[in-house]
Write a protein that binds this ligand. Structure first.
Ligand code: FBP
Ligand code: MN
Length: 649
């Protein structure tokens, strides 16, 4: 029986037998409901519009519901329009205000339709859960519309409510709220398997969106961890995030979104690299900046300036951490500027750029005093960016290096393994770890680096581990032997750019190593699956996201615009509902057109596992917690009955 002290605490919320019994009945009702739908997405890479659309459309599920209810009744065009209204209500309303002769009549029609779809997405929930997801003042009217079931009087009742919504002039707000509630209810839990940041324009807007989302968790990716490291003030991480985002022209996000002041870097770059054409440093332009346009040449100069600082600072960290085993990445001391070459792992390569005005051959990893100043100011900007720090703290509070949920295992990159499929021993911080223990150790250290950094050291030093996780060869987030940023920028021959992947990626083609990993994490390979991100799946080359004989799914299908040429599609979502597990394969996202129209292509759904019977909440991890609560409440009832605790009325 539960401890009496604990029961006394429970008694504060459930002061008598009736209250405690009512809670048991509620909990048992929840346990008997079907499991909510889990969505798994990864590698968002700053593509906020495409991501938000995927979520709002519940990866095609909403369109399926529309077809289910209106297939034989409405034309394809009307069903498309209803879908468009749910995905982006503001844009569709704007368009309808212009195009509809009788706007109120249109509102009446669509409110009816929205009610039907909303009923359909809320069948799996208790009425109280649905009510909690409805917005403030409008919740009462919505709740009534959703649950009016007196057949005889229903139409009259609906009409009365809808016409007063229109008379009060709040139809637009009501429609937006209804559309948002539908999208919201269609997804019960959202798992983001890493890489929110870098390449695309607005990871900041993705984070803002997710911070208001009802239920989300993260498994950190290499691109997230390097931002988390930067947020500790770690210079190696700071130079990496700035280099990547300057190279993708993301100035609006850096300066306007996060308030990072790039002026000291900009003036420094202009002065030192002003005469340098910086050809290989020209930014990729996927989206133009709206508020902070920077000319491509100027961006290229900043890109080169920060890249050189990165190579110097990384060199210092490599030397400070022999345990990282990254000496082969020390390249600035292998430059031969007279000959115009660099030696990488014993091989001599011609350089395509020999202008290194700030590198002192005697001490190539030392920053010049001006570079130091630039770094000081960038560090201050990042440490003082309230928005960035808030986003990073959210990644900590809702994220981890991996997650076990409902029998499945989720992580971004890999679990370090050797060619034979054994977990690799990794020695860090004086201890040696492998497999699950390695993941647990790293998770703990990463949290310590941010929340309780070693105060005997300079600011940001504890974040060195995050930099290692970004590009170290035994990092479970990176999974490659090396990151060849220097070679990509300075050597023309593509043979030098190769970044060989670790044995894990070959092993997961087979079933056995995947079973081995599941067992290592205490999961049952007969039911559990691994959800993995990180590696873009090249569909157009015939590659499949399904690995390990159906036990592992790589769901980085490349929502990242930068990678769509290579993959041929625009991303995957993995869906786990009460009946099946499925992969949704998405087509590239088409943005809203100036005339207010937008074309949506529904994803292709492939069911990969059908459950023998409908899965209920009682069969989930959350169910196990609720069962425990029921047991505690039973103990409380028992204590009341036996007079061990006094009842209050
Ligand atoms: O294509 P880009 O944007 O230049 O980035 C290339 C770099 O990104 C990486 O692939 C890491 O990013 P991912 O985690 O998205 O794979 C590095 O290994 C590579 O050096
Ligand atoms: Mn990644």
């Amino acid at each position: 029986m539960a401890d009496l002290k604990y029961l006394e605490l429970l008694a504060k919320d459930y002061p008598n037998l009736e209250a405690a019994s009512a809670e048991i009945i509620n909990l048992n009702a929840i346990l008997a409901l079907p499991k909510g739908t889990e969505y798994f997405l990864s590698d968002l890479h700053g593509e906020h519009e495409a991501f938000i659309h995927m979520l709002k459309s519940a990866s095609g599920t909403i369109r399926m519901k529309i077809d289910e209810h209106y297939g034989g009744i409405l034309s394809e065009q009307d069903r498309d329009d209803l879908a468009a209204l749910i995905y982006n209500p503001q844009a569709e309303l704007k368009r309808r205000h212009k195009s509809e002769a009788d706007f109120n009549k249109w509102c009446t029609t669509v409110i009816y339709r929205l009610i039907t779809i909303c009923q359909s997405v809320s069948t799996k929930y208790t009425r109280s859960k649905v009510r909690k997801r409805l917005p403030g003042n409008l919740a009462y009217a919505m709740d009534e519309l959703l649950h009016a079931d007196d057949e005889a009087n229903k139409n009259h009742y609906y009409e009365a409510i809808i016409s007063s919504i229109i008379e009060c002039g709040i139809a637009d707000r009501f429609i937006v709220a209804m559309a948002e509630a539908i999208s919201d209810l269609a997804v019960d839990h959202l798992h983001i398997i890493g890489d929110i940041f870098d390449r695309g324009a607005h990871p900041d807007q993705i984070m803002d969106f997710l911070m208001n989302y009802h239920d989300v968790d993260f498994q950190w990716g290499n691109h997230d961890i390097v931002w988390m490291g930067a947020a500790t003030g770690n210079w190696a991480c700071i130079t990496n995030i700035l280099r990547m985002n300057i190279s993708y022209n993301n100035f609006d996000m850096l300066e306007v979104g996060y308030g990072i002041n790039l002026r000291p870097l900009a003036t420094f770059a202009e002065r030192v690299y002003g005469d340098d054409p910086c050809e290989k440093f020209m930014p990729h332009i996927l989206d133009e900046n709206i508020y902070d346009p920077v000319s491509p040449l100027h961006a290229a100069q900043m890109h080169k300036a920060i890249a050189i600082m990165q190579f110097k600072i990384e060199g210092q960290r490599i030397k400070a951490h022999p345990e990282y085993g990254m000496e082969k990445r020390l390249l600035l001391d292998k430059l031969n500027l007279k000959e115009g070459t660099v030696t990488v792992e014993g091989k001599v390569w011609p350089l395509r750029d020999t202008n290194f005005p700030t590198v002192d051959p005697e001490d190539p990893y030392r920053l010049t005093p001006e570079e130091e100043q630039v770094m000081d100011s960038l560090e201050a900007s990042i440490l003082n960016s309230e928005k960035l720090q808030r986003h990073i703290q959210f990644l900590f509070s809702h994220g981890a290096l991996y997650k076990k949920i409902n029998g499945n295992l989720l992580y971004h990159g890999c679990v370090p393994m050797d060619e034979q499929g054994e977990f690799v021993d990794v020695t860090l911080g004086g201890g040696t770890y492998r497999g699950k223990a390695l993941m647990d150790y790293l998770d703990k250290q990463v949290r310590a680096a941010y929340f309780s950094p070693d105060e005997s050291q300079e600011v940001g030093r504890s974040g060195d581990l995050m930099w290692y996780l970004w590009e170290g060869s035994n990092s479970p987030l990176f999974g490659k032997e090396k990151m060849t940023t220097f070679e990509r920028l300075f050597i023309a021959d593509k043979a030098s750019h190769k970044e060989p992947t670790r044995p894990y990626y070959k092993l997961i083609r087979q079933k056995e190593p995947v079973q081995h990993i599941l067992r290592e994490f205490g999961l049952d390979p007969n039911h559990g699956k691994i959800l993995n991100g990180h590696v873009p799946v090249k569909i157009k080359d015939g590659e499949s996201p399904i690995k390990g004989g159906g036990l592992l799914y790589v769901i980085d299908g490349g929502i990242s615009k930068a990678y769509q040429k290579q993959t041929g599609i625009a991303g995957y979502t993995f869906i786990f509902n009460s009946r099946f597990m499925a992969l949704a394969e998405h087509k590239p996202y088409t943005p809203l057109q100036p005339d207010g129209t937008q074309t949506f292509t529904s994803p292709t759904l492939q069911i990969v596992d059908t459950l023998p019977e409908r899965m209920l909440i009682i069969d989930t991890d959350q169910g196990a917690e609720l069962v425990e609560q029921v047991n505690d409440m039973k103990a409380l009832c028992d204590a009341y009955r036996r007079g061990l605790l006094k009842q209050q009325y």
